[in-house]
Each structure stands twice: as structure tokens, then as C-alpha cells.
Ligand binder design. Structure first.
Ligand SMILES: [Mg+2]
Length: 331
């Protein structure tokens, strides 16, 4: 618990799953197999020697930056919002045109990696969404895929973590199933990193807390059902193929989280099998890979992530230094 190796594993793991999946984000499974062989994609596709990650990891880094620049707990949310506006700046400006807070003022982040339209539009309009005042009806997975760093904040409770994760997603995603999964995901990372839970235990415990926090939400029953399905399927004899036919494709928040939980719980001892399962499917491979990678990377630590995923990963040193700073930040 509170291990620096696990903090690093969380961020590097997410970036690994994102980078592996980014190459096949918009391919159906049969197209992936045709292109990469019967096991699907199992190694990075390199561009000038680097494995590129997508908007999922970019925005995760900006969530982390928001946390690092908050000087008190009540500043977390406004600081994260400001960091998302900075991310938006990187999508429409070049580096010399805008001032981005360190440590994210690096040229590699000033590029579009299939950024989601919901995030771009919401942030163009100032990122004003809240749990009470939704700015759209999106439940895309762009809210959940970026919130792992919220589970890395120390000194706040599980419930506070879940609420902050949900609020951070609601800045851009108005549908309850755009932000409830984000809260649950942050809560799971909190439980894994700070209370040494395994993936299933974190899933059930965070789900219980979510039910208590949002008891009258109209979409809570749907959310509970898909997450319980994911946890039960991971412990069953059903094949990965059968599980995906139940859990969906991951373009929306609840499906992306369910798929990631399923893969991380089913392959809890093997990071490689976990993220290969999380990206080789019909759906949103980079996001499901990123979320699964954050979860299992947090559990296994950097030392549990195979070298092939650590080598050639872009901005690897930046990911490590951000993880170190999150680990060292105590309010
Ligand atoms: Mg992406």
C-alpha cells in the first residue's frame, strides 16, 4: 500500500493499454485479426520508434496536473477543470501560442490523437458541466477514461474520491452514465492503491459506495447490472468472446468500465493477457485498454508490467515523474 511502484504502474499501465489499442481503435475484431494474425495485436505499432498513446492518456495527464496544482482539497475540482481547458488549448494551438503549466508544457502533447468531440465541444464552451447542471446528454467513455489520477489523491475518503471523479467527468459529459462510471473508476483506483484491494474486491466495494452515493439516479440500476455482470463473468467459465457479447463495445462509459474491470479481474496475474483482451475486440480499444491498464497496473505495479510495454512508450519519463509527484503529494 502507498507504494511508488504501484503509482507508476497505474499511469504507465494505462498508457500501455491506450497505446496498444490506439492502433486498432476503429477496427472490428475480424479486421484486427486479419491485419495482425490470429492472436490479434500483441505488440506496439511504432511511429519513428515510439508507441503513441491517445487522448485518453493525454487527458489523464491533465487530470494529474490539475491535482498537482491544487493547493488545498477544495481546489481539486477547479484546478482539474482548468487543466482540461489547458488540454483543449493543446488541441487547437501550437506550443508557442499558449502557456501550459509544467510539467505538461512539452511539444509531444500538442497534437490530436483522435480526441473525442464531446470533450472538445464542452471545453470549447468553457467546461461548465456539473452533476446538477448537465451541459449535454453524452455518456461517451471520454469522462471515465481520464480519471485514474483522482484515485491517487491521498487524504480523502472513498466517497469523496468517487464524488470528485464523477464531478471531473461531468465537466464534459452530462449523462449520468458519462460520470457515474468515472466516479466508480476513481474509487477502484483509490481502493487498489491505498487499501490494497484486489480488482474484484475493489469493484464490489466501489459499486456499493456508488449505490449509496447516487441511490435515486434513474440509471443506477443499469449501471449496477453491467458492473455485476462484468465481475461475475470474470469469475466464470464463459469465454472472453461470450463476455464481450454481454458487456458491449465500450464506446459509452458504463461499457468501457465494465469491459476493463472484466479484463483486469479475469487476468489479474498477467498484465499482457489483460490488455490484449482489452484491446482485441470490435469496440473502443484504446479506452478499454487504458482503463484496464490503469486498474491492473495499479495492482501489479510497474514491476508487473512487461518490458515490451515499457520500452518505446512515448513520454515514458514524464509518466513516471507525474506518478512520483502524485505519490509524494500529501495535503
Ligand atoms: Mg483515445
Amino acid at each position: 500500500m502507498f507504494s511508488m511502484d504501484n503509482y507508476k504502474g497505474c499511469l504507465v499501465g494505462g498508457a500501455s493499454g491506450d497505446a496498444l489499442g490506439y492502433a486498432v481503435e476503429f477496427l472490428r475484431k475480424r479486421q484486427i485479426l486479419k491485419k495482425f494474425g490470429e492472436n490479434g495485436i500483441t505488440e506496439y505499432v511504432l511511429h519513428d520508434g515510439k508507441a503513441l498513446f491517445s487522448d485518453d492518456t493525454q487527458m489523464t495527464l491533465f487530470t494529474a496536473s490539475g491535482i498537482l496544482h491544487a493547493d488545498s482539497p477544495e481546489k481539486y475540482l477547479p484546478s482539474i477543470r482548468k487543466a482540461y481547458l489547458d488540454w483543449y488549448s493543446t488541441q487547437i494551438h501550437s506550443m508557442h501560442e499558449v502557456q501550459i503549466l509544467e510539467p505538461l508544457n512539452v511539444p509531444e502533447l500538442f497534437c490530436n490523437r483522435a480526441a473525442g468531440m464531446t470533450c472538445l465541444n464542452a471545453l470549447r464552451d468553457g467546461g461548465k458541466g456539473t452533476l446538477e447542471n448537465s451541459i449535454n446528454q453524452s455518456k461517451g467513455c471520454g469522462g471515465v477514461m481520464r480519471t485514474a489520477p483522482i484515485g491517487m489523491i491521498t487524504g480523502i475518503s472513498l466517497e469523496e474520491t468517487i464524488l470528485l471523479g464523477a464531478k471531473a467527468a461531468a465537466i464534459t459529459h452530462g449523462h449520468s452514465l458519462g460520470w457515474i462510471p468515472a466516479g466508480m473508476f476513481s474509487g477502484m483506483i483509490h481502493l487498489i492503491l491505498q487499501e490494497n484491494y484486489d480488482i474484484r474486491g475493489a469493484g464490489y466495494t466501489a459499486l456499493h459506495a456508488v449505490r449509496k452515493l447516487f441511490p435515486s439516479n434513474d440509471f443506477l440500476p443499469d449501471f449496477v447490472e453491467i458492473i455485476q455482470n462484468a465481475l461475475e463473468l470474470a469469475n466464470s467459465e464463459e469465454t472472453v468472446e461470450q463476455a464481450f457479447s454481454v458487456l458491449g463495445e465500450g464506446w459509452v462509459g458504463e461499457e468501457a468500465l465494465a469491459i476493463a474491470i472484466y479484463c483486469a479481474a479475469k487476468f489479474e496475474q498477467d498484465f499482457d493477457l489483460c490488455i490484449r483482451a482489452a484491446v482485441n475486440h470490435n469496440g473502443d480499444s484504446d479506452s478499454t485498454g487504458a482503463i484496464a491498464g490503469n486498474l491492473l497496473g495499479a495492482k501489479l505495479g510497474l514491476s508487473g508490467i512487461p518490458q515490451k510495454y515499457q520500452q518505446n512508450l512515448e513520454l515514458y519519463d514524464l509518466l513516471l515523474s507525474v506518478a512520483e509527484r502524485l505519490y509524494s503529494k500529501k495535503d
